[in-house]
Design a protein around this ligand. Structure first.
Ligand code: KG4
Ligand code: ZN
Length: 325
């Protein structure tokens, strides 16, 4: 059994997964203290991880009906993410592993999002194209095998989830406002406003900063009252622009692929319009269940099955990294 720990952002996560990719437990403790600041405060996230991590690991073991005696490898997210938050997980995992002389598996967070697709009972096998879109990252990858991924494109500025959240804030929908914006959009007209989708910009990279600015200018131009009156149309047009930007690049990546198949992960995978438009691409689409799309430790354990473990004491100097390698 693999015990995995994930603390890259504001969720404290631990999971127990078997070598066959069966989930024995998957515990996520969301900190919920960041909403009042309108975003994740790194220092507060680190402190909360410190308070929560041991209880979350105990809970994951309990729910799996396991003890540390059953654990053969300890996996942990090494990066990318908030470095102070990551360090709490890395130090905890090292200590757990070292006390029992167990091997440690340092895992890349984004490989984890990809590897969520490999978990039982419905594993999606490579090769496939994979979009990971969350509040922290937006990238398009080609997954040739279980051990990693090839980066095809990524955001040059804001992440897709961040674009949803910033748009939601401009429309007064709170934080994180992606789901609220998407809900409001269902009652609006997506053709009401013409927001930039960067569809004519070639390549497989994403850019959402211009879109956010376009909404900001539109909201200023309309004024408070008119913005409130037309909020649903604004939300629908804005969501349409984000999803079109994502789908356009997915189509490009799939084009020319002999056996086109698509997986989607990250919090934005919950988006109704994205799911609808992906389903209409005419290729097999795999989206893990929501709790495996948002940050979790089961996906880290899943990736760890395909990453070389480091034997004791070789991992004692393993360090967290903030940015993608
Ligand atoms: O993966 P996640 O839970 O956390 C990280 O950012 O790592 O993703 C959360 C992001 C937020 O930006 C949230 O607004 C967005 O995913 N999100 C959505 C929806 N559900 C979550 N965005 C659009 N539509 C949704 N239904
Ligand atoms: Zn993530």
């Amino acid at each position: 059994m693999i015990l995995a720990v994930e603390t890259s952002c504001d969720d404290t996560c631990a999971a127990v997964v078997t070598d066959a990719g069966e989930l024995r437990s998957n515990v996520v403790s969301s900190q919920g203290v960041h909403a009042r600041f309108g975003g994740v405060v790194p220092e507060i996230a680190s402190r909360h991880h410190l308070e929560l991590v041991n209880a979350v690991i105990d809970d994951a073991l309990d729910r799996a009906g396991a003890t540390l005696d059953d654990v053969e490898r300890v996996a942990v997210t090494q990066g990318p993410g908030l470095v102070g938050a990551l360090l709490v997980g890395v130090a905890t995992a090292k200590a757990l592993a070292a006390a029992r002389r167990l091997p440690l598996v340092p895992v890349d967070h984004l490989h984890g999002h990809v590897a969520a697709n490999f978990l039982a009972p419905d594993p999606f096998e490579p090769p496939f194209t994979c979009l990971i879109a969350s509040g922290g990252h937006t990238m398009l990858t080609r997954v040739h095998d279980h051990a990693g991924y090839e980066l095809l494109g990524q955001t040059l500025d804001d992440a897709a989830g961040e674009a949803f959240d910033k748009g939601a804030r401009l429309l007064g929908l709170g934080y994180p406002g992606g789901p609220a914006l998407s809900k409001l959009a269902t009652t609006g007209d997506r053709a009401a406003f013409d927001f930039p989708t960067a569809a004519r910009v070639g390549g497989l990279d994403f850019s959402f900063a211009g879109l956010k600015t376009a909404l900001l200018y539109k909201v200023r131009e309309l004024g408070e009252e008119e913005t409130a009156r037309r909020a649903a149309d604004l939300a629908a047009s804005y969501e349409h622009a984000i999803v079109t930007a994502l789908i356009t690049r997915i189509e490009r990546a799939l084009d020319g692929d002999g056996d086109p198949r698509l997986a989607i992960g990250g919090g934005v995978a919950a988006n109704r319009l994205l799911r609808e438009r992906a389903a209409n691409l005419g290729v097999p689409v795999h989206i893990p269940p929501p709790e495996l799309c948002t940050d979790n430790a089961a996906m880290i354990a899943s990736a760890a099955r395909y990453v070389d473990a480091v034997a004791f004491p070789g991992y004692l100097d393993v360090d967290a990294y903030a940015h993608a390698l």
